[in-house]
Design a protein around this ligand. Sequence first.
Ligand SMILES: [Zn+2]
Length: 465
Amino acid sequence: MQTLLLWLFYISSFYAFIPGMISRIFGYRVFRKGTGRNEFALTFDDGPDPRFTPLLLDLLKKYDAKATFFVVGSNAERYPELIRRIHEEGHLIGIHNYVHKTNWLMRPATVRRQIQHTNDIIYNIIGERSTYYRPPWGIVNLFDISKRRQVEIVLWSVMFGDWREKLGAQRLTEKMLARLNPGEVMLLHDSGTTLGADPDAPENMLVALELTLQEAQRRGLRSIRVDDMIKMEKSPIRHLSFGKRVIVGLWLAWEQVFQVMFQLKTINPADPFMHFRMRKYKGEPVELGDGTLLSKGDKVIELHIDNRQLFELGIHSRSSAQLAIRMIRRMEKGLPMLAEVIAKDVNLAQAKALYGVSMINRGPEKFGFSVHDLPDGIFARSTKFYLKILLSVIHPDGGARLKERSEVLVPKLILMPVSELLKKMNQQLPHDERSVRKRKPQQEEALSLNDSHTEVELPGATVTN
Ligand SMILES: [Zn+2]
C-alpha cells in the first residue's frame, strides 16, 4: 500500500508540474534581468526611427551610455544609415521581427522567417549577425524557445508605458528613477509609429532618459549592452548540461509540492535552510544516545534540508570539503533556533527525537546525532537512488565522487533525543505540565487527522547531513 501511494505521489506531482517545469527549465534561456553591481541595461524597441533615433544616439553619447536596440526589420531596411550609426557608436543590435506583429498570430515557420529576414538585413548593413531576439510585446510561444539556440531571447525586468504620450515626461522620469537599480533591464521605445503607440511619445522618453542618465552618473551606475550583462552573469545553472537542468527543475518542483503537502515548517524564515514536521516514528526500535528507546509510534521531529538552498550551496562550492563546512555552518545556525522553537511549543516538546536521513555520515555526529543503518526495504532503496541523483547534481565533484566511493554514500538514519538538543542549546522543555496534559487529547486528534498525509514515506525528502 505504501509503495502504491508513493508511486501515485511521484506520478501526480510530476504530471501536474510538467508545464511549469518546461517553462522553468527553458526559462533559463530567456534573459530578463542581470546581477550587475553598478550596471543596468537600457534597451530600445521598434526603431530605428529617423526622427528620434539620432537624438537618442546623441544623448547616449553625451553620457557615455551603451544600449541595446531591438530593431524592426522593415525599419532597418528603410534606414540603413541609422543601423550603421547604432553599430559604430558601440551599441548592440537585436532583432524585433521584420514587421511588428505578435508571434501568437504567426506560424513558427513565419516567425523563423521574420527573424532570418531581419538578420539578413542587419548583416547586409553592418556585416555581422545578431543573436539576440525580443519578440514583439514579449510574447514568446513554445516554438520560439524550443528552437535550437539560433537566437537568445531577451525580455526586460521593467517597463514604464513610455509609448503613451499622456503619461508625461515627469511621471515617466519618476517611474524610471524609482527602478534605477543595478541589474535592471529597462524597456523603452525610440519610435512612436508602431500600432498602439503615440507618435510623439518618444519626446517624453528622451527628456526622462536624460534625467535618469544624470542620476545614474551621480550614483556611479552605467548602462551597458545586454550581451555584456549576460556575460557578467555567472548563473551556474547555465553551465549545467541539459539532462542536469531537467533533474534540477524536477527536483525544485518536487520541493514545492512536498512542502505544501506535508505542511513543513521552516525553522528560520529569514534563512530557509531547514524545515521540519512532526510525525510518528515507524521503524524498528532504536536506542537513542542517552539510553532511551525510540519505538514505533513515538513522535519525532523530522528534519528537511531545503533543496533549493542545498543546490545553491553545492553549486557554489569548489570542493566537497567546502560544501561540508558550509552545510555545517548553516546547521550550526539552525539547530539553536530549532531548540528555541521547541522550547516554546508544548506540542513539539512531546517529540522524543530529531530524525533525518543523511547520505554523508560524518558531519551529523558533530552536532550530537547518532547514526544508524536504515532498515532495508523499498524506502531505503528508493532513498538511496534519490540521494544518488541529488548528489550527482549538486555535488561539486558530481558523479565522479559517487563512482569512487559509492560504498561510503549509504543513506543512514540520524537521530538525537530532543532533550539532548535542548540541553546542548541551553533551552528547557516547556514545563507547564498541566497545559501539556490538558492539550493532549486535542493534539492526538490533530495528529491522527494528519496521518493520512504522513503515512507515506518519501524517499530523499529527508536529506540531512
Ligand atoms: Zn515592440
